[in-house]
Each structure stands twice: as C-alpha cells, then as structure tokens.
Design a protein around this ligand. Structure first.
Ligand SMILES: *Cc1c(COP(=O)(O)O)cnc(C)c1O
Length: 485
C-alpha cells in the first residue's frame, strides 16, 4: 500500500505551537539591525503541536532503511553494523573547540597521533594525515602529494595517472581535479589488470597508478607486485584506494604491495557508517619519501614529548581542510581499532570474505557471475538467465526492496553489464545471509512464473519507480510555500 508523505509545511495549522516560551522580561529593542536586513513579512514557518512534530519525524524515520533495520549489502560501501558505544565516545570531547589554545588540546593530538600510528601498522605506511573528509578527498590529497613529489624533483613532464577500467568513478575524477590526465588500463577477462597493456602505457609521462586491491570486482589483484615494479621502474608512484580495506585488515598491507600513498575510508571500514549523511574521514598515509609534502600541520611527537601539530613544513601542499579533519570520526575509528585489536580486525576481514563467498556460492547457480573466482569481501553477480526472461538488474534490485533488503550496488563496476555487487559484510549472521539468498532465489523463481510481478516492484514503498532520468536532470529539491492568507 502506498501512502503519501505530507511535508511539515502541509501539516501546518496557524497558531499551533510545539514550544512554550516564557513571556519576555526585557524591553524589546527596535532599530538595532539595519533596515534592509529586517524581515517585512513573517517567515512561512510550519506551525505544529509537539505531538504532531514528533509523529512526523517518527513516520519519516520508519521509512528510512539503515543497517539497524536489516541487511544492507551495498557493494563497495561496507555497510556493516557500527557499535553504538563508538557513537557515544566522541561526546567525551564535545566541550573542546578547535580554536582553543593548542596546549589545551593535548588529548586530541594524542588521539590523532596514536590513531595514525595504528593505521601505519595496519597499512604498512610511515605517516598519516587525518585532514581529508572523505575517500574522494583523500584521493585528491594523495594525488596532490604525488604531484608535489614529482615537481620537487623537477620532473614536470609526469602528468598522467593510470587508472584501471574497473576503478571507482572517483579515481579518474580526482586525477582530473588534481590536474592529471587519466589513462585507462584495461582488465583481462579474468578480472586482473592487463599487464601487457600496462607495460605499453607506462613511460616518462607516468606520474602514478591508482588501484584498489581487492578491486571493485571483489577480486584480489594477483599480480600486484609485478604491477608495482612496472610503475616504479617507469618512475611513477602507486596510490592505493583503501575503500576496500575491509577485505584485508591484518592479512595484507598496501605498503608491502608497493603502494606509496593510501587513503582509508574510516567511514566504511572503521566504525562510521558510509552514506549516513554525517561526516566522514579519508585519512591518508604515505611512505617516508612523501612525508614532507603532507598537509600542514602534521601531528608529531618529538623526543618523547607530547604529540603536537607541526606547522614548520616548507614543502607541504598546504591545508586540505579547515582545522584538523572530522575529529569525531577519528575517535570512533580509534575506539574500534583498540576494541577489536589486531586479531579482531583480522577476524573481521576473514568473516567479511567468508560471507561474500557464501552468498556468491549459493547464488551462482541461478544468476550469472562476473568472474568465477574466489571473491574477497564482495561478489559481482549478473541476472544471468533471468535476462532472457526480460528481467534486468533494476527489477531484481526493486524486488529485493519488497523482500526487506537494501539492494546491492547496481550497474557498477561499469565493465560488467547489468552488474549487481553484493557486500554482505562481517556483521551479518549466517541466518541473515540465508534470508538474503532465499530472497534472491525467490526472485529467480518468480522470474520463471510471473516476470511481470518483478516489473511492478517495488510495491511496498511510498513511491514505486520514479522517472530516474527526469529525477536526475530536473530535480525538485526546494519546497515553494503557498503564501499564507
Ligand atoms: C566509496 C569509495 C570511494 C570514495 O569514497 P567516499 O568517501 O565516498 O568519497 C572510492 N573508491 C572506492 C572503491 C569506494 O568504494
């Protein structure tokens, strides 16, 4: 049953109030503000009673689907359950302000420094900055570091960044924003980087290569050492897109694979939800030779003293964010890493990989598989035989919504037609995985008997299938109030 969702403005009734303010006990002052800034008409704000207001937001929250409602296998986004206690911990710091005297912020520097050390250990890097606010922001920062590195060596010809065709769209976008030309590297039919093609593409213009391992096909790049040798021998550096770190924590390290710069999506892997609309953090780690270029300030401990921001960094690319980054996200990541410990992080990755393989194994009979290999923390399926029955990836995604699941990532990676990328994550139980598998198998069954039913999906949501082209091209994001009489 569809039901409409009135806006606060439509629910408004003149004179209703949710707040009861005491009468004003000071004289009203006129003429304090410049005339042109004073509103001539009362603002058309919604007027509601407290209970109506509460019901409105509760109604909306029930329509929201989140990890706290059910499985959310949105590939590449690592929508795992994040412990609630980690959400509470940043509040310990909420009396602090970034403009306080630096000596009053010693616990902040200590935490940022300690988290940096742990991430260095996890990734095989030498120094981290926590300034970038998201993964894509980390990519831009990392590429600026690579540019600064080549520029300092007067190696100005290096203006090309190699990006595999399986990459996340942010990779070529970040390269373009950092002023590089993107060169696409093809993948083999097996899902690895095409080594011969790579050899033909590197040269004196190569500034670096961006890669995520496991790739967005959910596959571990088996030739990573050969790839890093090829790029380094050509004079380029390697950038690791760490958005898929949830697959390899405590098992393999980007630094050991030959990467020079990494970003981690703390808001995927380390206890902040991705896409929750809140702040994120794309901490960037580098090998020794890139430390001089890191955004200033760098949080350092000198001679056993306390951790403090260091601004004396003549080669720094400068700041990439106001103040020091999204600190609350760093607190959550630090708490998460400490509470799981090395063994716990490793177990999390092992379970993430196990769960994805469990899903892949049980679905590959009825659906298509992009690459028939052991997958990492996510698997890429296609509708396979369902396509012959006129059922596309969109239909499957919408039908999953009716069965109580968030859909997988669809039509990505771009090199797999009709892709469905499932990332179940380590926090789903076996029963949850079985239910997801059962829902998918049910969809496969329905496609044989009543394919039209799948074209009608979703039938349980307030809105069925919007015109996605019009919604993207002509979004109506602003409510225009009717003038009040
Ligand atoms: C999520 C993701 C990014 C971008 O991260 P944001 O924090 O969303 O900017 C980059 N690469 C991959 C593979 C991702 O999954």
């Amino acid at each position: 049953m569809r039901s409409s969702a009135p806006l606060l403005f439509e629910l408004s009734k003149t004179g209703r109030r949710a707040a009861d303010l005491p009468p004003m006990d000071v004289p009203e002052l006129d003429g304090l503000l410049p005339e042109e800034l004073v509103a001539k008409e009362p603002l058309p704000l919604p007027e509601m009673s407290e209970v109506e207001l509460i019901r409105h937001y509760t109604r909306l929250s029930r329509r929201n689907f989140g990890v706290d409602n059910g499985s959310y296998p949105l590939g590449s986004c690592t929508m795992k359950y994040n412990p609630k206690i980690n959400e509470q911990l940043p509040a310990c710091f909420n009396k602090l302000h970034p403009l306080l005297d630096e000596l009053d912020l010693l616990p902040v520097w200590e935490l940022m420094h300690a988290l940096g050390e742990l991430l260095c250990e996890l990734c095989g890097m030498d120094q981290f900055t926590h300034q970038p606010a998201a993964g894509a922001h980390g990519e831009l920062t990392g590429l600026m570091l690579i540019k600064a590195y080549h520029d300092t060596r007067l190696d100005h010809e290096r203006n090309e960044i190699l990006v595999p065709d399986a990459a996340h769209g942010t990779n070529p976008a970040s390269a373009a924003l950092a002023g590089f030309k993107t060169i696409e590297v093809p993948s083999t039919a097996d899902g690895d980087v095409d080594i011969e093609a790579l050899k033909a593409l590197v040269g004196p213009r190569t500034a670096g290569l961006m890669l995520t391992n496991p790739s967005t096909l959910g596959l571990f790049e088996r030739n990573i050492l050969e790839i890093s040798n090829i790029v380094h021998d050509a004079g380029g550096l390697l950038y690791y897109d760490g958005a898929n770190m949830n697959a390899i924590m405590g098992i393999a390290r980007p630094g050991d694979m030959g990467f020079d710069v990494v970003h981690l999506n703390l808001h995927k892997t380390l206890s902040t939800p991705h896409g929750g609309g809140g702040p994120g953090a794309g901490s960037v780690g580098v090998k020794k030779e890139l430390i001089p270029y890191l955004p200033a300030p760098v949080i350092l401990k000198r001679h056993g003293g306390p951790a403090l921001p260091d601004y004396n960094r003549p080669l720094s690319i400068g700041r990439v964010k106001a103040f020091y980054g999204n600190f609350s996200v760093l607190v959550k990541a630090y708490a998460y890493v400490l509470s799981l410990g090395g063994a716990g992080l490793k177990q999390a990755s092992e379970n993430a990989v196990l769960n994805a393989n469990y899903v892949q194994h049980h679905l590959k009979g009825e659906f298509g598989l992009a690459n028939d290999r052991v997958c990492m923390h996510e698997c890429v399926l296609t509708p396979g035989p369902l396509l012959e029955r006129g059922i596309h990836t969109t239909d499957i995604a919408k039908a999953l919504i009716d069965r109580g699941f968030h859909p997988p990532t669809i039509y990505f990676p771009l090199i797999v037609p009709e892709a469905m990328m499932f990332e179940p994550t380590e926090t789903e139980t076996r029963e949850n995985l079985d239910e997801l598998i059962a829902a998918m198998l049910d969809i496969a069954e329905v496609s044989k008997t009543d394919p039209e039913a799948l074209h009608r999906a979703p039938e349980t949501t307030p809105i069925g299938r919007p015109d996605e082209t019009r919604a993207a091209r002509n979004p109506v994001v602003r409510f225009v109030a009717e003038p009040k009489e």
